[in-house]
Design a protein around this ligand. Structure first.
Ligand code: ZN
Length: 259
């Protein structure tokens, strides 16, 4: 078994030699920003019953109730800021090393940190949309309404209640996002799996695809996960430390090879 420092060096070499590295991120990358994993104790699903609050049917039948969850979520996300892990990943993109970020998060923190090629598997809280006429509005337009004493569900000009552009249970992942993510994985020679065990489909298909085509899977999680036994490389620890360290390592190696 490699020690942490050796593993870091090895992954940095791998990334420097790669033609098309991509990253798949999940809840763990936003935990250092103060957004708890929805499935953790104290996370969203410990406070809201999924079937009553997080399905499309629940929204359509009781939008006012489901908006309790949305307000809670938008508050948590609104108060969060990108952390050094988001920033390091954005830097890896600027360096031309990471070509795409595919995220299961809905917090928009990758873009706020400067990442550009971001595919959001589960949508984003940043926009509200109307399921009837398909109009879309920036969430910021309704920010003040969320905290009014008498809360009214934000509604579209057509009168229909608006819904954050997040994928609820019972909704499918936007086809275009899914297609472009699978294409990116088919072309990738390295995938960094960051802050997620990537066990839920379709996210789980991405490391599997990269592996099938001869690429390498690198796991960066706080601790071992169900994914661990299937990966070729592993850097364990807080991603807010390990990811910036990896990028430092990359820059150092690149500097020494061009010197
Ligand atoms: Zn409408």
């Amino acid at each position: 078994m490699l020690d942490a420092e050796q593993a870091m060096q090895q992954v940095a070499h791998l990334l420097l030699q790669s033609q098309s590295a991509i990253a798949l991120t999940g809840a763990g990358i936003s935990v250092p920003s103060g957004i708890p994993d929805f499935r953790s104790p104290g996370g969203l699903w410990s406070r809201y019953d999924i079937m009553e609050y997080a399905t499309l049917d629940a929204f359509l039948s009781k939008p006012h109730r489901v908006w309790n969850l949305f307000r809670d979520l938008m508050d948590t996300v609104g108060n969060a800021h990108p952390n050094p892990a988001h920033e390091a990943l954005a830097e890896a993109e600027r360096l031309g090393i990471v070509k795409n970020v595919i995220t299961q998060n809905i917090d928009g923190l990758h873009q706020r940190a400067g990442s550009i090629a971001v595919a959001e598997f589960h949508g984003s809280c940043g926009q509200l949309s109307c399921l009837r006429c398909r109009s879309r509005f920036p969430s910021s337009q309704f920010q003040e309404d969320l905290h009014k004493e008498v809360f009214r569900v934000p509604s579209c000009d057509c009168g229909f209640p608006l819904k954050p552009d997040i994928v609820l249970f019972g909704e499918s992942i936007p086809q275009q996002v899914l297609t472009s993510s699978l294409e990116a994985a088919e072309q990738a020679d390295v995938i960094l799996v960051i802050g997620t065990s990537a066990t839920v489909a379709p996210a789980s298909m991405l490391p599997a695809l990269v592996r099938q085509r001869g690429g390498s899977v690198v796991e960066m999680n706080l601790e071992e996960t169900e994914l661990s036994w299937r990966v070729q490389h592993q850097i364990l620890g807080d991603v807010a430390h390990t990811l910036p360290e990896l990028v430092r390592c990359l820059k150092q190696l690149r500097g020494s090879s061009t010197a």
